[in-house]
Design a protein around this ligand. Structure first.
Ligand code: ARG
Length: 606
């Protein structure tokens, strides 16, 4: 509907200029008339679009709103373009103008979808003339980003799933997306870990695969404990960090080994989730940190606070209500998480070959890091590192909670490992499937059962996360996410399987613009839903809320199911049979496309 709504906006502007010529307008009238006056109808029974400006104009120019609405409606009907697209406008209530798209337009739009792989979603074109940003269409999404030697936790899982789906949507829109894994691969944790390992498993520091990641996580815990309690250990750890920073060979080898060990574990999860990422960890920015501090110093942004180089920002207060400094360089010369992020912003926005030259930076992390990013973005602005036309955005998400509303834990109170979550989802999906096969007296072989349960399990976890507004906390429930009812992955997968079944029975589709015909409200409702896809994708691209796409796919499946349950398809007579099968095909394509943008694989049978 994007194309139609743009056309209608133009038509409406023409009509408004005729009824209220520019030279006669007061500033107030003008501001009302130049607003977004065409909005989607609030309810399907009102049609497709609504024009609301008659009401606010009425007060301004002291005329009854219905009279104003009538004038606009009359004017619209004098415009040929309008007559091509819409039925006669309807004036409703105190003065709303309801518009509905006529059937020829709907049919020709839906007919185009039959032949169009992108299903009407425009591919963004970037040309110097059009974009003023020198052909820049590069977006960076910083997501997943777990920490080396620590276990990837459910927060990282959320970041991974949400970040991947945003990347898929933006790629589909035509952007060049760099998927960056900003792993925590540098810092004091290595000093502690190396010091501890030197004592307990020294061979792990120069030989591959001596420790497992779960051991590594334990060693890290032990090291941290010792660090907090033992002054001597602290000293040794600090000097290990210095060795590492100085690039001492033994330390670098140990560091590499530890990183590789974690990397292998992370990769297992990414493979299972079908996630592509480019690792560029914190250590990549080491070489820029000194210059970053100098640059900030030269711009007079740094304040010396007890030997530490800090920045105080307006509005950034600590828990005690006092101004909270952001430490850029510690008094011992060390750098912080924020310093690395500053270097990363600058690098990402700087044109190649000195940087990535992206125009939009997106960071997907838990909401707990909101003030960190607020600070970092502010500083980057003050330092003038964010060129005009570029944007930096934090995409925060809420916590993952158990069904009791508390932090997600195992029964014995430990943090849940991600692999275990995935395994359990698949196991449960398998059990559900086997039960269903039994009640349906169906026989399927093991490879079918494995494929279906893996797809359902992984999809359910991903979809449960994506279908929530990411900002709110999200309650993790296997029962809910695996249910065949409600806004779940299995529900969508099942709708698709159902359509695939009808299409198989329907045989080859032979549609032409001549034999396509619709008469039933269920058909029109489905057509209208299908035509909303482009608007939904555009919304996700702007607002970075994948749950909008989930909500849409769910509504589409419901609309389809009503169509399927209430009117005959295979038994209908021609041309309805072919026309309805065409709608089935477009619905299947739309669901498949939408789910692929969420990173969710689909099935032909389940
Ligand atoms: N490693 C961090 C964590 O585990 C997330 C990094 C997010 N990205 C960034 N550029 N700060 O919380």
């Amino acid at each position: 509907m994007l194309k139609i709504s743009t056309q209608l906006e133009e038509v409406l502007n023409r009509a408004l200029t005729k009824v209220f010529p520019k030279e006669d307008r007061s500033p107030e009238t003008s501001s009302i008339l130049t607003r977004d006056n065409l909005v989607p109808a609030s309810k399907p029974e009102f049609g497709d679009f609504q024009i609301n400006c008659a009401l606010s104009l009425a007060k301004e120019i002291k005329q009854p709103p219905r009279h104003i609405a009538q004038q606009i409606a009359d004017q619209l009907q004098k415009d040929n373009d309008f007559l091509q697209i819409c039925n006669a406008p309807n004036i409703a209530g105190p003065g709303f103008i309801n518009l509905s798209i006529n059937s020829q337009t709907l049919i020709s739009e839906i007919y185009i979808r039959l032949k169009d792989k992108r299903l009407g979603v425009p591919l963004k074109k970037f040309s110097a003339a059009q974009e003023k940003v020198e052909q820049n269409n590069r977006v960076i999404i910083d997501f997943s980003s777990p920490n080396i030697a620590k276990e990837m936790h459910v927060g990282h899982l959320r970041s991974t799933i949400i970040g991947d789906s945003l990347a898929r949507v933006l790629e589909f829109c035509g952007y060049e997306v760099l998927r960056i894994n900003h792993v925590g691969d540098w810092g004091t944790q290595f000093g502690m870990l190396i010091t501890h390992l030197k004592e307990v498993v020294p061979e792990a520091l120069h030989k591959k695969d001596v420790v497992e990641i779960s051991d590594l996580v334990n060693f890290y815990r032990q090291a941290k404990k010792r660090f907090d309690e033992d002054e001597d250990f602290q000293k040794k750890s600090r000097s290990e960090v210095v060795n590492l920073q100085a690039g001492e060979e033994g330390s670098l080898t140990a560091w590499q080994l530890l990183c590789n060990q974690s990397r292998k574990e992370f990769q297992k999860i990414y493979d299972r989730l079908d996630i592509k990422l480019n690792e560029r960890g914190e250590s990549f920015y080491n070489k820029f940190l000194v210059d970053i501090v100098d640059d900030l110093k030269n711009k007079n942004l740094l304040i010396n606070d007890q030997g530490a180089k800090c920045i105080f920002l307006d509005g950034l207060l600590g828990k005690d209500g006092k101004p909270q400094p952001i430490i850029i360089q510690k008094s011992d010369g060390g750098f912080n998480y924020a310093t690395t992020d500053l270097a990363a912003i600058k690098y990402r926005l700087t044109k190649s070959p000195d940087g990535d030259g992206a125009f939009r930076l997106i960071y997907v992390t838990d909401a707990g890091q909101a003030s960190h990013f607020f600070g970092v973005f502010q500083i980057a602005k003050l330092a003038k590192w964010i060129p005009r036309n570029c944007q930096v955005e934090h995409v925060p998400f809420g916590l993952v909670q158990g069904e009791d509303g508390k932090k997600l834990k195992t029964r014995s109170g430990e943090t849940i490992r991600l692999v275990d979550l995935l395994d359990e989802a698949i196991q449960r999906a398998k059990k559900d499937l086997k039960d269903r096969l039994k009640t349906e007296s169906r026989f399927e072989n093991e490879s079918f059962i494995d494929k279906v349960s893996t797809t359902v399990g992984i999809s359910a976890i991903k979809y449960a996360d994506l279908s929530q507004n990411r900002v709110s906390n999200y309650q993790f429930s296997f029962d809910k996410m695996l249910s065949l009812q409600g806004n779940t992955a299995p529900y969508l997968l099942y709708a698709l399987v159902r359509i695939a079944g009808i299409s198989r029975k329907g045989g080859n589709l032979n549609v032409s613009s001549k034999n396509i015909q619709f008469n039933e409200p269920q058909e029109w409702a489905l057509i209208r839903k299908l035509l909303q896809l482009d608007c939904v994708i555009e919304e996700v691209e702007k607002e970075l809320l994948p749950n909008r796409l989930c909500g849409y796919l769910f509504e589409l499946s419901q609309t389809f199911n009503r169509f399927y349950d209430q009117i005959p398809i295979l038994k209908a007579s021609e041309p309805s049979r072919t026309s309805r099968l065409a709608l089935c095909a477009i619905t299947a394509d739309t669901l498949k496309l939408g789910m692929s943008l969420l990173g969710i694989p689909t099935l032909d049978r389940m």
